[in-house]
Design a protein around this ligand. Structure first.
Ligand code: C2O
Length: 544
């Protein structure tokens, strides 16, 4: 049966401080975070669900994992420990490139998404390990990861990144928010603050069996090639902070919501049922230069929007947060009940004293300028279809796989132009580790099918004369997506030009593994099912 909506209150995600504060003296801290199998209650009427989750202890481990709060410039050390059992709670596919163990166990490796840190600490897909480090992947490098938190304040998140198992491990619950703060520059902004008015909304779709367990397909679309893998996982329940369709009682006040789409493949097109606006103040790990007011936002998987919502003037006191993004996005099934609803806000009567403001300007960063770029690259995204079923078998970047030799080797401190050519029918959330980037132009391709055929055959942008196909309409990048991002939505049938900045890390450590075969960083599509098979490529930073 269907679960009634709005019966569970929105949980507050537990907070773990990644620093010590000795009366104003802030010092680095070493956290021990475990991955545990435990039971989680996703809904009042649903039996308990077995999940894999992060926590500083088994009893405090949660779905999503705790918010790790850090301070700009103060390092946080994390030792990630795997206490997971011998077998996975979800089906997986041995026919794709996957971490395979000889002794059983669940391979995991944590990655700080949006973090700027050395390759050792990046959570490379090959750096996986199983329970109690019983088995290590070929790129396993460090027991403890150092996150220096030197980048500007913003919203990051951490999640699993194990080779060929990322979709299962996140579906099981291995994800959580991570914040870098700088009170000296952020407090004067006077944005809504404190645990009541500054909140995380981690949205993720899941399907459940009636016994409570998480449903994931055990059979693929093309079982003759991939017995289990399918191109996108879509759940029929929407969870926020680990509850299906929760409600939140709010004061007549302004609230800050840090909204993360932690779904594997589902896009979210959010709006309020009363037509109320979002005031967007940031996206991914950056602020906007100035707040942008909009009535809808589109979040791809892994994308973050930081918004202020003002409940002071609404006449309607029960407000739904709704979603009408088709799936796959944008050409798939239109969203209908129940996934067209996300959560509900119940506004309390009576005015509240609200000292917060939305300032007219927020943060300014160096601009994204084409003239700073020293290298131009073409990155094409395309799907290889099964001759009989006509559904994707592999989804690749430049026709290459993760294990193929590295081709993207930017210099430390450099800026590059990447033209991302999307020859598929779907939008893809392009994500790169280490880099921060901005889309500066989106232009439609014409004669896309000829280009696709040519690239699939020759994999050569010059021979296929890509430039001749980029003649369509120029599409606008929404105002509220114009900042230094780490996920950019690449529209179907377009070439999106992005400025990639690699200027914030010194990566001179010798690699403990074969640097030419499997360098530490990666870039990939953040639809996890695409990433796992194998829309992911290595990224190797070289010194100037
Ligand atoms: Cu959020 Cu490589 O991932």
């Amino acid at each position: 049966g269907t679960l009634p909506m709005y019966v569970d209150p929105l949980p507050k995600i537990p907070v773990v401080l990644g620093y010590y504060d000795f009366g104003g003296v802030v010092l680095p801290k070493h956290l021990i975070i475990g991955m545990y199998q435990k039971k989680w209650k996703f809904h009042r009427d649903l039996p308990e669900t077995t999940v894999f989750v992060y926590g500083t202890s088994e009893s405090s481990a949660s779905f999503p994992g705790p918010v790790i709060e850090t301070i700009q410039g103060v390092s946080t050390y994390v030792t990630w420990l795997n206490y997971l059992p011998d077998t996975h709670i979800l089906p997986w596919d041995p026919s794709i490139l996957v971490a395979e163990t000889r002794m059983g166990g669940v391979p995991t490796v944590a990655h700080l998404h949006g973090g700027i840190h050395e390759a050792y600490f990046d959570g490379n897909p090959y750096a996986w390990f199983t329970q109690h480090f019983r088995e290590l992947g070929p790129n396993w490098s460090r027991l403890t990861y150092l996150y220096s938190n030197d980048q500007h304040p913003g919203n990051l998140w951490y999640h699993d990144h194990a080779l060929g198992l990322t979709r299962q491990n996140l579906l099981a619950g291995l994800l959580g928010p991570y914040v870098i703060r700088n009170p000296a520059v952020e407090d004067p902004l006077m944005l809504p603050s404190g645990p009541e008015f500054d909140r995380h909304l981690v949205i993720a779709d899941r399907s459940f069996y009636s016994n409570g367990s998480i449903y994931m397909n055990a059979t693929g679309n093309n079982p003759d090639v991939h017995p289990q893998w399918q191109p996108e996982y879509f759940g029929d329940a929407i969870t926020v902070n680990g509850k299906a369709w929760p409600y939140l009682v709010v004061y007549r006040s302004k609230y800050r919501f840090r909204i993360l789409n932690a779904s594997n493949a589902r896009y979210l097109h959010l709006q309020f049922s009363n037509g109320m606006d979002f005031t967007v103040i940031g996206s991914d790990a950056s602020y906007l230069a100035a707040p942008i007011i909009t009535s809808t936002i589109i979040l791809s998987p892994a994308e973050i929007f930081d918004v202020v919502v003002d409940f002071t003037t609404t006449v309607i006191t029960e407000i739904e947060l709704t979603n009408d993004a088709p799936y796959p996005y944008p050409g798939g099934t239109p969203a209908s009940l129940p996934i067209s609803k996300v959560m509900k806000f119940v506004v309390l009567p009576g005015m509240q004293i609200d000292p917060s403001v939305v300032p007219t300007s927020l943060m300014s960063y160096p601009p994204a300028r084409e003239q700073d770029a020293t290298v131009t690259r073409y990155i094409s995204l395309y799907e290889f279809m099964h001759p009989v079923t006509g559904t994707p078998v592999d989804i690749l970047i430049n026709g290459k796989r993760l294990e193929d030799p590295v081709t993207e080797t930017p210099k430390t401190g450099s800026t590059e132009i990447w033209h991302i050519i999307n020859l598929t029918g779907d939008n893809h959330p392009f994500h790169s580790h280490l880099a921060m980037f901005q889309a500066i132009q989106v232009q439609q391709l014409v004669k896309g099918q000829t280009l696709l055929t040519c690239l699939q055959e020759f994999n050569d942008v010059a021979a296929c004369n890509v430039g001749a196909h980029v003649t369509g309409t120029v599409v606008n990048v929404p105002e509220h997506e114009r900042t230094w991002k780490n996920v950019v939505k690449i529209e179907a049938g377009t070439m999106t030009t992005i400025i990639m900045k690699f200027n914030m890390i010194v990566d001179d450590a010798p690699y403990p593994f074969d640097a030419t075969a499997h360098p530490g960083f990666v870039y990939h599509c953040h639809i996890l099912d695409h990433e796992d098979n194998e829309m992911i490529r290595p990224l190797h930073l070289v010194n100037q």
